[in-house]
Design a protein around this ligand. Structure first.
Ligand code: ADP
Length: 889
């Protein structure tokens, strides 16, 4: 039994192989059964031989899988012999349809479905059906080839046993599969549980480790502050500052690792509280200014005056997000400035969308790296960043936090020029009072100045309780100058002894202690029989990363809190707040707040919400483009004498002259991805969002270039108009009008797609010469058109420039024919506007076009404009393109 289990159920054998073994074994059993039963019923020698043959084939198959482990070979041999030899011959030799052999055909197909997949399955199914069909056909057409069973009873017995055997095999297989399925399912459940237990223990390991690591860092930072306060040489002071910075970095890293592990185990939670928006930004500014100053960067501040005073959201996490972006901006900027801008927009009476953007003039990010910025540990190893310390954890955490808050984060960056990270989140408004102008005063605390204690209270009695001895030393030393009387206790029980002996004004309790934690100790003191400190004030001492998650100190009954690593100044402030005022003998009034690199308050509000951009392939008159605020990316014209900026440095007529006098060719050349990036960067200075509409990507590569450049800009949307240049013009006009109407980006983009379908755009060329030179059509056709004075009319059909018609004769009569044919069904044309673009036509010829158009359809506006040089280069002189909108049904 054990052996059977090992051979058939062992996990080490692939599922298909196990199935093969089971099917073969059960079929072998069925065959043996049939052989045995053949002795009890009248059977021909032929049929017994057939059964023996089948048994042998199965035996060989089994040897192949058990001995040689060659399942492929075995399954093929078995497949072919079953379908082509065993089943047809046992059918013919065993009574044909008057017997049980036909039932075994089912077995063949069942086998094929179990053993094969994909094309092999299709092949074997077809083979089986063909083989069965042929066998049936033979038995029908040539009944003499079928060996009949000797009697009616034999037919019944054979049929009965065959049905039983096949049904048994199929039943066993089905049971076996269900068994395997159940086992695999249980295995997956077990593995999932194990993984969850592992993840849990990983998280608690991280939580414990971070506590363990934080304790000594707390000591290092605290005692280092004591050193910095004392009379020391500059050199020692510098060393102490370096120790301080290194310890803080280590602490940040531990907090990041803790955050990531919480995110990975879905333990990260958003804990909203009421908070003062002004205080939050003030704190952020204070936190980053010292670093800004150290690198001599300008700090520009642009905070919306209408920002509501009190908001409801996870203040600590929002601060973490913004601080992270600001820290990166400072880290990756060598010179220039960092701008923090905040905008708010009411989306409901009590809800705002708060948009925080951190912009720097730093090293920027390569477009190909933008996609990986938010992946864990995806530190971009550029020469620029390799020298800069960092773990690559910051942005993934930021992204996760923003996601948890239901917000968005986007990046616009130009490599070597700078980046903008924009976070948008919704916040509930508690107090709608706007923070107003000048909310952010210029003064802020200086990083390095001689320490002066903020108060003295020799009468005050303070008890500090912490299981880490060194923490007690740090607190004591940091409070030395305030002259308060400090007693210490290193456990809850020791604390409860002290509170029986002495009355304390204030008790500072570590949150995480063995035996009894801070909360339990406080509760015990508050109800202690004969206790002298039942009405004392309590401060909790906690590691910052755990603070909001596990503890809302006020709800727990504490009066204040101090975050580890302890900052001497913060601790003094908290103690002073809670001490009875009459025992405070001296307070330090700070009149000397020195300025460091003053913050510049600016207003960088963008002028526009959306800006439409395109390239010079768009054929619209300059004035129209300006009037609609459309920005144009220039293409270049390459001649033998260099590269010229289309329209700016060269115009169509000068190019024509150049070509006719020098008989040389000119080509259009697109700007580089970097130039496009620069173009988008500049446009983004004026508008929040850019919609760049480009000519059909099937014709020109400028769409791809723009698309690549836009990968670095989350607010640049590149659209393939699918049109040739004159159609592009119509689309640009509509898009610009939609911007004016206040439509949103996605509405405009959707409309552009629809517009493409409602647009008529065609182009009549004087000859096929230029486009055949450009490779659009075969050159022989070009020659024929030229000789016969044929002028092709082209349109975009299925994203291909296609010749849809031909006009003939001299150009002027051809133009007339062209206009008449495209304006034939006047009732289906929107009569608002028609755009005619030409290259190299004179005034008389233009008048002829306009006259002809007016004759056919009374358009309100006929916009006639000379095509850009790029288009003239592409389609040749004397080409005319016409576009108009079809009337909506
Ligand atoms: P860290 O800065 O610790 O390496 P982050 O996750 O904060 O990790 O950032 C990931 C990477 O993104 C950085 O290594 C850097 O290459 C790039 N990066 C982030 N912010 C900026 C920025 N403002 N300017 C340029 N590169 C940045």
């Amino acid at each position: 039994m054990k052996l059977v289990k090992k051979l058939l159920l062992s996990d080490e054998v692939e599922l298909r192989e196990r199935l093969f073994r089971v099917i073969l074994l059960s079929a072998l059993l069925a065959t043996v059964m049939a052989i045995v039963t053949s002795f009890f019923r009248p059977s021909t020698t032929g049929s017994v031989m057939m059964l023996l043959l089948m048994g042998m084939a199965m035996g060989i198959g089994l040897v192949c899988t058990f001995r040689y482990r060659n399942i492929n070979m075995a399954s093929y041999i078995m497949g072919f012999s079953l379908i082509l030899i065993i089943l047809p011959s046992s059918f013919l030799g065993h009574g044909g349809i008057y017997g049980g052999a036909a039932v075994w055909f089912v077995m063949g197909i069942f086998y094929v479905f179990l053993m094969f997949e994909g094309p092999r399955l299709v092949f074997f199914v077809c083979l089986a059906l063909m083989s069965y069909g042929v066998t049936y056909y033979i038995s029908y057409k040539y009944p003499e080839l079928v060996t009949p069973l000797e009697s009616v009873s034999a037919i019944y017995v054979d049929s009965f046993f065959s049905i039983c055997s096949v049904a048994m095999v199929i039943g066993i297989m089905e049971k076996y599969q269900i068994k395997i399925y159940k086992e695999e399912k249980n295995k997956v459940v077990r593995q999932k549980e194990e993984l969850e237990i592992n993840a849990m223990s990983k998280t608690s390991f991280f939580a414990n480790m971070s506590h363990e690591i934080r304790t000594p860092i707390n000591t290092i930072i605290g005692l280092n502050e004591v050193i910095l306060r004392s009379e020391i040489s500059d050199e020692v002071a510098q060393n102490a500052i370096d120790i301080q910075n290194a310890s803080k970095m280590l602490l940040e890293l531990i907090n990041d690792i803790l955050d990531i592990s919480q995110i990975e185990t879905d333990k990260m939670e958003i804990i909203p509280v009421n908070y003062s928006s002004k205080d939050m930004f003030m704190e952020l500014i204070d936190m980053i200014r010292v670093r800004m100053n150290e690198k001599n960067l300008d700090f520009l501040l642009d905070i919306d005056e209408s920002l509501p005073a009190v908001l409801y959201g996870d203040e600590r996490r929002i601060k973490q997000i913004i601080l992270n972006l600001l820290t990166n901006a400072v880290k990756y900027t060598i010179r220039g400035s960092v701008t923090l801008s905040v905008e708010c927009e009411y989306i409901a009476a009590d809800k705002i969308s708060m948009k925080v953007a951190v912009q720097d003039t730093g090293i920027g990010i390569k477009t190909e790296n933008i996609d990986y910025l938010f992946d864990v540990f995806s530190r971009i190893s550029e020469d620029g960043t390799r020298k800069i310390e960092g773990s690559g954890l910051g942005l993934p955490i930021v992204k996760q936090l923003v996601d948890l808050m239901g917000g968005t984060i986007t990046v616009d960056s130009i490599y070597t020029k700078g980046s903008v990270f924009t976070v948008t989140i919704e916040q509930t408004v508690i107090d709608t009072t706007p923070i107003g102008i000048g909310a952010f005063s210029e003064k802020t605390e200086n990083g390095r100045k001689p320490y002066v204690q903020s108060f003295e209270a020799p009468e005050a009695r303070v008890l500090v309780v912490d299981d880490a001895e060194m923490n007690l030393v740090v607190v004591k030393k940091l409070l030395e100058a305030t002259k308060v009387q400090i007693d210490t206790a290193s456990s809850a029980s020791e604390c409860l002894e002290r509170t029986l002996e002495k009355s304390y004004d204030l008790i500072i309790l570590d949150y995480q202690m063995p035996e009894m934690d801070g909360v339990a100790t406080m509760n015990a003191v508050k109800v202690q029989q004969n206790g002298l400190c039942r009405t004392a004030k309590f401060i909790v001492l906690t590691a910052s990363a755990m603070m909001d998650k596990d503890l809302n100190y006020q709800e727990l009954g504490f009066d204040g809190y101090i975050v580890k690593p302890i900052n001497g100044r913060d601790m003094e402030t908290e103690i002073l707040r809670l001490l009875p005022p009459d025992i405070v003998e001296y307070r330090y009034i700070n009149t000397d707040e020195t300025l460091i690199n003053p913050i510049q308050l600016i207003n960088s509000r963008k002028l526009k919400r959306i800006c439409i951009t395109t390239d010079t392939l768009c054929d619209l008159p300059k004035e129209v483009l300006m009037q609609h605020d459309v920005k144009v990316m220039y293409l270049y014209i390459r001649t033998e004498h260099g590269r010229f900026c289309d329209t700016k440095e060269i115009d169509a007529s000068s190019l024509k002259q150049y070509i006719s006098t020098t008989s040389s060719m000119a080509h259009t050349e697109f700007a580089t991805v970097e130039e496009f990036e620069q173009f988008f960067g500049e446009a983004l200075l004026e508008a929040d969002e850019i919609i760049h509409i480009s000519s059909s990507s099937a014709l020109v590569s400028s769409y791809e270039l723009a698309k690549q450049a836009a990968r670095g800009h989350a607010h640049v949307h590149v659209i393939d108009s699918g049109q040739i240049s004159s159609g592009l013009g119509m689309i640009i006009l509509s898009a610009a009008n939609m911007v004016k109407e206040g439509k949103r980006v996605h509405e405009i983009i959707d409309s552009i797609e629809q517009l493409g379908k409602d647009l008529h755009v065609s182009l009549m060329l004087p000859s096929l010469k230029i486009i055949s030179q450009r490779g659009y059509v075969r050159s022989r056709a070009g020659l024929i058109y030229e000789k016969l004075q044929l002028h092709p009319v082209l349109k975009m059909v299925n994203r291909k420039l296609t010749i849809v018609g031909v006009t003939y004769g001299n150009l002027e009569s051809a133009w007339k024919k062209y206009i008449r044919s495209i304006l034939r069904s006047s009732s289906k044309i929107d009569k608002e506007l028609i755009v005619v673009t030409y290259a190299g036509l004179n005034v008389k010829q233009l008048e002829l076009l306009v006259r002809e158009i007016k004759k056919k359809v009374p358009f309100k506006t006929i916009m006639v404009n000379e095509s850009s040089v790029s288009n003239a280069c592409n389609s040749g002189y004397k080409s005319v393109a016409i576009s108009y909108l079809k009337r909506k049904k």
